[in-house]
Design a protein around this ligand. Structure first.
Ligand code: AGP
Length: 616
């Protein structure tokens, strides 16, 4: 959802802007634009619908004058079609002011009516242009960009990250944050702004998040932050852990392929520092103190999409280990169901980006009603962690491909760490089991690396299935969320209908879908861990084979029972019952990617999707 970058300093700003937008492409967009204050004091701009390359081609054909102050934007259309005129930046004040915006201005109609009544005309359909013209009006009255900007943002409602600059004040960019992400990059004689740190990580690792309802003004040698009311704020700096190369492909054919290959490291890095003497310790939630954790009567996991499926997997483990009822709520449904929340409710949100508006609003709702909140997040300084009582960061590194893979396994890992930590504090699990489970976590990276070797086998399978019109996924117990995630990956990447079912649900309706040649993936539980569940799933396979299904079984090494009934068997290493799902999902990630690739689709930026859904 929109990428933003701002630069003031001594470099040629256009190069900084385009590089920053390139590294934020994964946020999802449908047009791009830049504006520069030229060394001759002019404000020059270029913007195009389509991918960033369209803008770059346009700039090659029609170069902009160079300058050292500039703003850049990739737009994911909300108000107004993705056409050139609706792209950002939007100009006002006779082309001397430029504004870019991420979010939705909810009161733009009334403001537009007021401005129209004052004689203003508009060239676009966007709420952003209305904000630009309002800023120009305020600038005309105040003659000072900072003052005019503060007056403007105090009038707007909705969700917005805004960046603005004026030709009269050439070494200044002002910006504001309200329900939408904004981070600062601190340089030496230069400063940066971005939707996330990918905007400027090439130039500085020093960053700070701008808080809710805060305004920041950057010049080459200064960064000043205030509240919307004008009170000074000291930004909390943090060091960016990864570097620009981490957000590049590193020789892989796609970010998706690179990030699937990073599944082992994502788990290893999330575990790192959280297992001591064979026991899990998550210091970030010690902040609550043992009294709180021992008093928790209910845990609610909040998330959307893939993150919610990680929550479903984690819910089995946490309930089993901590002995606390756990339920998973889709963030966008949560607050409309009038949930029962008490001070003994622990809400754990799960979000790779930490900016998903649905999840942010749900966390706020729970906090306002007295729940303690923990955020599981993969993006430092993101909004959801900053609005939670505690944060357990996954350390999967930047996940650039829109469809989530390594962050998913890292999210499950973080949930397991929290579950084992709570079990230890509440003394609900024998120490031997805690240590065994910690060891299972530690063994996962090597097992994940082993699973990655099935890539060639799955590529062949995907090529054979490239004309499939629908694919079904079956799983039982912790395998059920993996069936859901496998289906989502295929929908997102290959644009074909896919559906995940609890295997036990088959006979209650879905079996009617089985026709000759219908491909069905079945996640088969280990016979070592549960002979009963294993035999039930084998029966499910027989039932669908008898009706013509083509069965691809994901089964542990050595499980011979599947051989007579499955058309294909993809093997995963042996693991404990709660750890199998983390291994079983990887072949499904690879399959979705390979099938999309076989169809010639963009596996990193699937159509219609955004990496971070920052609007409700
Ligand atoms: C992931 O494959 C999906 N693109 C999507 O479901 C995603 O998991 C969901 O939007 C939540 O995003 P978050 O983890 O950044 O909150």
């Amino acid at each position: 959802m929109c990428g933003i970058v701002g630069y003031v300093g001594s470099q040629d700003s256009l190069g900084v802007l385009l590089g920053g937008l390139k590294r934020q492409e994964y946020r999802g967009y449908d047009s791009a634009g830049v504006a520069v204050l030229s060394n001759e004091g002019e404000l020059v701009m270029a913007k195009k619908a389509g991918k960033l390359q369209m803008l770059m081609d346009n700039l090659t054909a029609h170069p902009l004058a160079s300058g050292h102050t500039g703003i850049g934007h990739t737009r994911w259309a909300t108000h107004g079609a993705p056409i050139d005129v609706n792209a950002h930046p939007h100009l006002a004040d006779d082309g001397r002011l430029a504004l870019i915006h991420n979010g939705i201005v909810e009161n733009f109609y009334e403001i537009k009516a007021e401005l129209t009544a004052r004689g203003h005309e508009f060239v676009s359909e966007t709420d952003t242009e209305v904000a630009a013209v309002l800023l120009a009006d305020n600038y005309a009255e105040t003659g000072d960009l900072r003052t005019a900007f503060a007056r403007t943002v105090n009038r707007l409602e909705g969700a917005f990250t805004l960046l603005a600059m004026h030709a009269n004040e050439p070494h200044l960019i002002v910006a504001a944050r309200h329900n939408s992400p904004l981070v600062i990059g601190f340089g030496d004689g230069e400063n940066f702004l971005g939707s996330d740190v990918a905007a400027f990580v090439e130039f500085t690792h020093r960053a700070a998040a701008v808080g809710q309802n805060q305004i920041v003004a950057i010049t080459p040698d200064s960064v000043s932050v205030t509240t919307f009311a004008g009170e000074p704020v000291v930004p909390e700096e943090f060091d960016i852990e990864w570097d620009a190369s981490a957000s590049e492909k590193g020789g892989w054919p796609s970010f998706m392929a690179k990030e699937i290959s990073e599944n082992p490291d994502a788990v290893a890095n999330t575990i790192r520092g959280r297992i001591h003497d064979g026991m899990v310790v998550v210091p970030e939630i010690d902040a609550f103190g043992p009294d709180f954790l021992s008093g928790v009567s209910r845990i609610i996991l909040l998330a959307c999409g893939t993150a919610s499926y990680a929550g479903l997997v984690g819910s089995y483990a946490i309930e089993k280990w901590a002995g606390i009822p756990v339920d998973v709520q889709l963030s966008h449904e949560f607050r409309y169901r009038d949930p029962v929340i008490t001070p003994s409710t622990l809400v754990i949100s799960i979000s790779q980006s930490g900016e998903t508006m649905d999840t942010l609003m749900a966390v706020r709702y729970a906090s306002e009603r007295g729940a303690k909140t923990i955020s599981i997040c993969n993006t430092q300084g993101a909004t959801i962690p900053r609005e939670s009582d505690a944060v357990v960061y996954t350390h999967a590194g930047p996940e650039v491909a829109v469809a989530s893979t390594k962050a998913f396994v890292a999210q499950i890992t973080a949930l397991y760490l929290i579950g084992l930590h709570i079990a230890r504090v509440r003394d609900t699990v024998p120490e031997a089991l805690l240590q065994h489970s910690a060891q299972e976590l530690s063994d996962l990276p090597a097992k994940l690396a082993e699973v990655l070797s099935v890539g060639d086998e799955i590529r062949t399978l995907a090529k054979w299935m490239s004309d499939s019109q629908a694919v079904l996924f079956l799983g039982r117990n912790v395998g059920f969320p993996i069936a859901l995630e496998g289906a989502l990956k295929l929908k997102e990447l290959a644009y074909i209908h896919a559906e995940g079912f609890a295997a036990g649900e088959l006979k209650h309706g879905p079996i009617a879908l089985i026709d000759h040649g219908q491909p069905v993936f079945v996640i088969v539980p280990s016979p070592r861990n549960s002979a009963e569940m294993h035999s039930k799933v084998i029966s499910n396979i027989q039932e669908i084979r008898a009706r013509g299904a083509r069965v691809i079984a994901i089964a542990e090494a050595g499980d011979a029972a599947v051989l007579p009934f499955a058309d294909e068997v993809i093997r995963i290493p042996l693991a404990g019952p709660l750890f199998e799902p983390i291994l079983a999902v990887v072949p499904l990630q690879i399959f979705a990617m390979e099938l999309a690739d076989a169809k010639g689709l963009d596996v990193d930026q699937p159509r219609n999707l955004a990496k971070s859904v920052t609007v409700e």
